[in-house]
Design a protein around this ligand. Sequence first.
Ligand code: HEM
Length: 130
Amino acid sequence: MKYSWSVASEVLRISTPGFGGFREAITDFTHEGFTVPKGSKNPKYFPDPEKFEPSRFQGNGPAPYAFVPFGGGPRMCPGNEYARAVIHVFMPNVVTKFRWEKLIPGENMIYYPAPRPARGLPVILHPNKP
Ligand code: HEM
């Protein structure tokens, strides 16, 4: 269960549905004693950032507030826990109980307004034998 959430987190990191929320400091500034350097959207927290690597979320995981797929603070996503519950139920079931046959191999992704397969990811689900 813990590893499947690491997989989901890595998907949210690489292709987050809330990509418009990624903010970057455009100048150095100080707020309540904390200095935020320009460009504080720092790849040092995610080495080899293009690589799909769920294990980066194992152990202590990323530094606090380095990974905020649901935002943070007073406007943080109120669907956070619901989304986590749905992913926890849906993903392991689909992966362990079915084999997927993609009907459009290499289907393109579109990214606006949210990332999704261009043609809806049609698949045939073949039930795995119990
Ligand atoms: C994987 C699924 C989801 C992701 C990654 C996600 C991500 C986000 C992000 C990044 C924000 C902006 C937070 C900010 O400005 O700091 C947001 C806001 C919001 N989300 Fe989600 N969300 C998800 C699922 C859901 C679900 C399932 C619901 C409702 C059932 C929901 C309802 C909302 C609402 C109402 C806001 C606006 C909150 C406000 O402005 O006060 N989200 N979400």
